[in-house]
Design a protein around this ligand. Sequence first.
Ligand SMILES: [Zn+2]
Length: 229
Amino acid sequence: MRPTIEYIEKRFDEYNSQMFGGHLPRIPIKLSDARTFLGQFVSKIRTLPDGSREYYDFELRISTRISLPQRTIDDTIIHEMIHYFIHYNHLPDRTPHGPIFRSIMNGINASYGRNITISHRITPEEKSEAISRPIWHIIAVMHFNSPTKKIGIKVLPRNAQKVIAYCNHVSRSPEIDRIELYLHNDPYFNRYPTSATLRYHATTHSDLMPHLCGARLLTIHADTLAYAK
Ligand SMILES: [Zn+2]
């Protein structure tokens, strides 16, 4: 089939609510005659007065040059939506199909039985990245007091002082029952921005625990971090 704008918009809305929590605002969708890509996510970039960079003018393009199976078209739409999600949330991926992209892609493939790939535009650079060393994260897991028993997660910079300052600050909150620190290289955690601000991300026991398998528990000794035996 060759998709229409209406078809792509419908799929966009559907996958947005199913896979991205409905967080992605609609963006312009254009059909393209390109032979070099099936789909493309484009944006402009500007530098703000404080030196940070901002992406804007997002657009999603789908090529209709050749007729493709519906599944391939849908996988292409989701692939471009992952790019959009990463840009929209300012997630710091290292390359266009870096560890964060792959982590989200693998999660969607596993959860929704999709076959999204990066193969249609893999570069030698990305191939070497795929086998390069994994990223180690320091993960703080906050257990809240009853009755909520909420769980918060935070990926901290690998800097002992910042980790200690964060834990000291957070543990003073009467809402917090305890904080656990883990060291892990599961790509699942690439999706969380690394920062020492007090903001945390809400999660659930069942979402988080499978990914902490194989993590090393860290303990704080006065002013250093050490592995727990
Ligand atoms: Zn891509």
